[in-house]
Design a protein around this ligand. Structure first.
Ligand code: PHE
Length: 392
């Protein structure tokens, strides 16, 4: 309903209009009101129609404006007809009639113009939306790359595959048998303390405990169970230990296990293979050495060192002073390895009198850090693109 003090709700007599001039003036006011409304933007029109509590205010602004002015029953023109013209004094009727007709034509013409311009606007908008501008630059989506760890895996696999090794994989959830016992690590063996292990929570009565493998060595056993010698495999994968995270420790890291078993594999084959690999990976100029070490599943066991890749083995940093990476020794510890302990063959039904072999376990994260000069292992796992982008 139009507002309470809407003059068109009253008769001219009630409004105190008694002569021609006053009639013309009153029509002029109505026209001004119309001009004001039609000049408003669409959402202002909508607001106004709501304010006026106009019945058609929920529809299109242009439509409700039209209904508000020329609607048959309650439109302003209809009200003027009913309240001003019909009850007008005979002397005023001609001027009221003439003014009403003029107003009607005026309003109709302007409403039609407005409608046309709104339609045109709408068309312009939608055709701009549909138009395809072939000259615009395309959307460039960043192409992902392999993570540095994945790249180093690939590099190492390529080197070993080129000398006759094949790649096998094994489960990350293991039984204590494969992770420890079959590798000659009985329960209560002190080595188990070094490999603080994550055990899975299992329902009561589960047939065997399960753990997250602490090294890739269980795949040695799984492979030998399935294959007869000659065996030459490498095993890339994730391993888990209950280590507190710091610059060199992570509860999850990566290893590549290597295993070669055949008749007559000697210690020379072993060191030659490792030396070849290290030189391929770090460059011909590096030197290697090994030191006695201990693993329950290899005998003898060694720890392989490479001449420090940062100071060229001199122990002195480029800036003078002691090399911080090798602490002045000129050597960096690389990984553990050794000749397969004959006891292990017992677990896989190989005859230790007929076969011999070697095994090694390379920490990938450590190797990648050495080769690419990364000083915090956590950088691999934080997924910071500023880090990842440096290794496209
Ligand atoms: N599995 C050992 C470790 O994770 C590494 C190793 C593998 C040593 C094979 C010798 C032979 O520490």
């Amino acid at each position: 309903m139009p507002t309470v003090d809407n003059p068109t709700e009253k008769t001219l007599a009630e409004l105190g209009i008694r002569d021609r001039e006053a009639v013309i003036e009153e029509f002029a006011k109505i026209r001004e009101r119309f001009d004001f409304q039609i000049g408003l933007p669409a959402d202002e029109i909508r607001k106004l129609m709501l304010q006026e509590a106009w019945l058609g205010s929920e529809s299109e602004p242009a439509t409700s404006l039209r209904n508000f002015w020329v609607g048959r029953k309650r439109g302003v023109l209809a009200l003027i007809n009913d309240n001003w013209l019909k009850p007008a004094q005979p002397v005023l009727k001609p001027v009221v009639g003439a003014e009403l007709n003029r107003l009607k034509t005026y309003i109709e013409t302007r409403l039609e113009k407005k409608r046309l311009s709104l339609v045109e606007d709408q068309e312009k908008k939608s055709s701009a939306k549909d138009r395809v501008d072939l000259s615009l630059p395309g959307v460039i989506r960043p192409v992902g790359t392999h993570h540095l760890i994945r790249q180093v895996f690939q590099e190492i696999e390529d080197i070993f595959v080129s000398i006759g090794f094949s790649v096998v994989e094994g489960p990350e959830i293991e039984t204590p048998y494969y992770n420890f016992e079959a590798l000659n690590i009985p329960e209560f063996h002190p080595v188990r303390d070094d490999m603080d292990t994550f055990y899975l929570e299992l329902p009561k009565g589960a047939p065997t405990p399960l753990l997250l493998r602490t090294h890739t060595s269980p795949v040695q056993i799984r492979t030998m169970e399935k294959r007869q010698p000659p065996v030459r495999v490498i095993v890339p994968g994730k391993v888990y230990r209950r280590d507190n995270p710091d610059a060199t420790h992570s509860f999850m890291f990566h290893q590549i296990e290597g295993l070669a078993v055949d008749a007559d594999i000697t210690f020379c084959d072993f060191t030659g293979t490792i030396d070849y690999f290290v030189k391929q990976f770090f460059g011909e100029s590096v030197k290697t050495r090994f030191r006695p070490s201990y693993f329950p599943f290899t005998e003898p066991s060694v720890e392989f060192d490479v001449s420090c890749v940062f100071c060229g083995g001199s122990g002195t940093a480029k800036s003078g002073g002691t090399c911080g990476k090798c602490k002045g020794s000129g050597w960096i510890e690389l990984f553990g390895a050794g000749m397969v302990d004959p006891a292990v063959y017992g677990f896989v039904n190989y005859d230790p009198k007929k076969v011999s072999g070697f095994a090694f376990g390379i920490g990938i994260d450590r190797l990648a850090m050495l080769k690419y000069g990364i000083d915090d292992i956590q950088a691999f796992f934080q997924n910071d693109v500023r880090f990842l982008r440096q290794f496209p």
